[in-house]
Ligand binder design. Structure first.
Ligand SMILES: O=P(O)(O)OC[C@H]1O[C@](O)(CO)[C@@H](O)[C@@H]1O
Ligand SMILES: [Mn+2]
Length: 449
């Protein structure tokens, strides 16, 4: 962005190769900040008011007073967003506060004061969830409180029929290894990856926190044409032929999506294609439905106590994977920073190193895709590798349903055709991408540009 006048958004679509921002009135970022974020905050306040008795009983004598302060903070945040105020600095000297303040300062240097509608959309959206967390974590009774838990649990319960169907499917694939061929493994792994991709459609931040009936389908053949890039074969080659004991899955949403993530991980372990799977979770409630460590453990326990024996057996099997450290759950604050992934190597070198040890890093969902792509409005035919802008810890892939107006790696003319059909095609989650990037080893004498 450049010499923007912050009190006036431009009534244009986002120009090519610039950061997404609410500054462009025809962008999804503008619509999100203007219409979606206030609704998300209003729903959060309504939920808190509705459960204030239960909260007071559960969280102790100071909770009622602290809850009033929290609701005040969230109402103030909503007002700041609606009146396009400058982003207030995050108090404290911890690394995450510094990451947010560094991002705000960078935006200020680039273009003057930094308001919700003028800064990079990624900062504005992450900042809202960071401020929500600050409202709770600064009140002693609420420091471990998950203010999105009820929606995540409701979403999980609603998808029980689909989970039973998928469990039967997984058991059929993993029940017998003797008749496996490379062809059958490719076919079944590809099928599971596509079921996993469409699991990303279920997303509470898109539905503004309202739990909708499960749109995901097991019969994914009906969505085949909506997969706009399909690198399943390249991904399979990595898990089938390469060495390296672990893969990493950078998780996105809890509920059905997480269930499909664990099914993919179970398949890889059961078929002895991989020895260890590392799951990367958020360290606090994020974008309404994103997975925390507690959500991961809660789901396995929930399965183990299911009335359905198939789910119960699966929960017991998955608990053993965790106890044996075949499955490891990793937290890192970087995943809730506002920065794009191209900054990971300098801002979180320990995390970058961990990912570098992976045979394959799978990034799930739309927000991770935006961070991979540097939150830039690329020409849609820009190669996926190019849009990574050098972020390259290991071989990686992105499984993403398209819920924000940025994309790369499409064939010539595809974006234009889809826009003809529906100008909002990038905001619905109806289209998906399965994109792969090789680990590009920089040439010895290659100078960094
Ligand atoms: O859970 P996901 O797939 O990362 O989706 C989160 C995305 O949904 C939205 O909140 C709505 O499009 C985006 O702003 C954000 O990138
Ligand atoms: Mn999410």
């Amino acid at each position: 962005m450049c010499d923007c006048d912050y009190n006036r958004s431009l009534d244009i679509a986002t120009p090519r190769n610039v950061y997404l921002s609410g500054y462009y009135k025809r962008s999804f970022g503008y619509y999100s900040i203007k219409h979606r974020e206030p609704v998300i905050l209003t729903h959060l306040i309504d939920n808190l008011v509705r459960s204030k008795e239960e909260i007071a009983n559960k969280l102790g004598p100071n909770a009622a007073e602290e809850l009033k302060e929290i609701i005040g903070d969230i109402s103030k945040l909503k007002y700041e967003i609606q009146t396009n105020k400058p982003l207030e600095k995050i108090p404290g000297t911890d690394l995450e506060a510094m990451a947010y303040n560094q991002c705000i300062d960078k935006c200020a240097v680039d273009c003057g004061n930094v308001t919700h509608f003028s800064c990079i959309w990624l900062l504005a959206e992450c900042y809202m969830y960071k401020r929500i967390k600050e409202a709770f974590i600064t009140r002693p009774s609420f420091k471990d409180y998950d203010y999105f838990l009820s929606q995540k649990k409701e979403g999980f319960d609603m998808c029980k029929p689909l989970r039973i169907q998928l469990t039967k499917h997984l058991n059929a694939l993993t029940g017998d290894n003797d008749s496996d061929t490379k062809g059958s493994l490719l076919r079944d792994f590809t099928n599971l990856l596509k079921i996993n991709l469409w699991g990303n459609k279920c997303d509470l931040s898109l539905s503004l926190g309202v739990v909708e009936s499960q749109q995901a389908e097991l019969d994914i053949s009906i969505f085949e044409d909506n997969i706009l890039a399909d690198d399943c074969e390249k991904i399979f080659d990595v898990v089938y032929t390469e060495t390296g004991t672990q893969i990493d899955i950078v998780l996105d949403n809890a509920g059905y999506e997480l269930f499909t993530d664990l099914c993919v991980a179970d398949y890889l372990i059961s078929k002895k294609l991989i020895d260890i799977v590392k799951f990367h979770v958020k360290s606090y409630p994020w974008f309404i439905s994103d997975v925390t460590k507690k959500d991961f453990d809660w789901m396995i326990k929930e399965l183990m106590s299911s009335s359905d024996n198939l789910l119960k057996d699966l929960g017991n099997k998955w608990l053993v994977y965790k106890h044996k450290q075949v499955w490891k759950v990793e937290e890192h604050d970087f995943w809730t920073y506002p920065q794009e992934f191209v900054h990971m190597k300098t801002m979180a070198p320990d995390l970058y190193q961990m990912l570098s040890e992976s045979r394959l890093v799978i990034f799930k969902g739309d927000l991770n895709y935006r961070k991979l792509m540097g939150e830039k409005n690329w020409d849609p035919v820009t190669p996926f590798e190019e849009a990574l802008q050098g972020f390259n810890p290991a071989k990686l892939c992105a499984l993403r349903t398209v819920k924000a107006d940025l994309i790369s790696g499409l064939k010539e003319g595809v974006a234009e055709q889809l826009a003809e059909k529906d100008s909002k095609w990038m905001e619905t989650g109806n289209y998906g991408l399965i994109q792969f990037s090789e680990k590009i080893v920089p040439l010895e004498n290659e100078t960094k540009v």
